[in-house]
Structures are given as structure tokens and as C-alpha cells.
Design a protein around this ligand. Structure first.
Ligand SMILES: [Zn+2]
Length: 109
């Protein structure tokens, strides 16, 4: 079955989908009892996904605007990793036709 997995929200390309493991993540300035569950292949990707989800869910893109964050990620075995997150904004160009002008002669080559 393809489509978004109801458990982990990832897109399933085949029947062999396995949900990625669960990590917990929090921002450095949150208290030690404020962890959010994140599913990812490893702790590093959990840290990235946590920031990405946080920015898009809050809608204010605080982490992207500040360009960095410190995130703690806790694995199933209780090990906690501290990650330095950096955000790179990729410029996206979009064109909107304003007006069509009458044809003019092309410049001579
Ligand atoms: Zn899944």
C-alpha cells in the first residue's frame, strides 16, 4: 500500500514500509520534561526533523529565521545527544508575467 503512513506520516512507496524508530527531542531552552516524539532513521535526522516540523507547525519559522538552534535528542536507550542545528535558506525564484509588450526587432547577433 502506498500513501502516507498513519503512524509515522512518511510517504510509503511499497508494502514493505517500516516506521522509523522513535526518538525524543527538545530545544535547549526547554525544560528536561518537555520532549517531543520524533520518528527518524537516526538521532541526527531526528534532530533535523524536529526543527523542520517545529518551524512548519508553528508557522513562524523561528529556527529558520535565527539560522541555528541547539537540540537535544534522546534515543530509546536513554542516550542523549546535543546537536547544533544550522539552517540554510535556499532562494527560490518565481516569475509572474506583469505585461506583454508588442514585438520588437531582435538585436543583431
Ligand atoms: Zn510508518
Amino acid at each position: 500500500m502506498t500513501g502516507f503512513c498513519p503512524t509515522c506520516n512518511e510517504f510509503r512507496f511499497s508494502d514493505r514500509h517500516e516506521c522509523p524508530p522513535i526518538f525524543e527531542a527538545r530545544l535547549e531552552d526547554w525544560g528536561d520534561d518537555h520532549w517531543r516524539e520524533v520518528r527518524a532513521q537516526d538521532a541526527e535526522r531526528a534532530a533535523e526533523k524536529f526543527c523542520q516540523d517545529r518551524d512548519s507547525n508553528s508557522g513562524d519559522y523561528t529556527i529558520a529565521r535565527e539560522g541555528s538552534a541547539i537540540v537535544f535528542v534522546r534515543g530509546a536507550d536513554g542516550t542523549v545527544g546535543k546537536y547544533d542545528i544550522t539552517v540554510e535558506a535556499v532562494p527560490e525564484y518565481s516569475a509572474h508575467l506583469v505585461e506583454t509588450l508588442p514585438p520588437t526587432a531582435k538585436a543583431a547577433a
